[in-house]
Write a protein that binds this ligand. Sequence first.
Ligand code: CMP
Length: 139
Amino acid sequence: AVTRTFSIIKPDATRRNLTGAVTKMLEDAGLRVVASKRIHMTREQAEGFYAVHKERPFFGELVEFMTSGPVVVQVLEGEDAVKRNRDVMGATNPKDAEDGTIRKTFAESIEANSVHGSDSEENARIEIDYFFKPEEIVG
Ligand code: CMP
């Protein structure tokens, strides 16, 4: 089925002017950008977005990194979008990511790993709602 997922192009990628290159890889993987905006997340926004990781040792650094520069938040649509996006992103740690994936191609480290993508359809809905109003999504 055609579904939606949520994506973030992270500060390490925007800093290196890779917004277009990352988006091209998403599009080439069969995903369509149906909403997109460049934002600089506040600390509160990043803490809320990553609340599930609050108890992790890397939480503070993660919030620091995600607020260190602009990000591009996107809604992606396509056949089985969550899985399709996760496949093209590659493993969280670029050292483990397959050739041809976004993280293998561009990521600097497990933290500066260029992209985020929802891990389930339920989380995709929650994450899309966190950043987008319905009228900002144009399918
Ligand atoms: P993301 O998909 O955005 O969700 C949580 C993020 O935490 C993850 O991508 C990584 O960038 C980051 N992360 C996961 N594990 C670690 C770690 N061990 N050290 C630092 N950052 C991490």
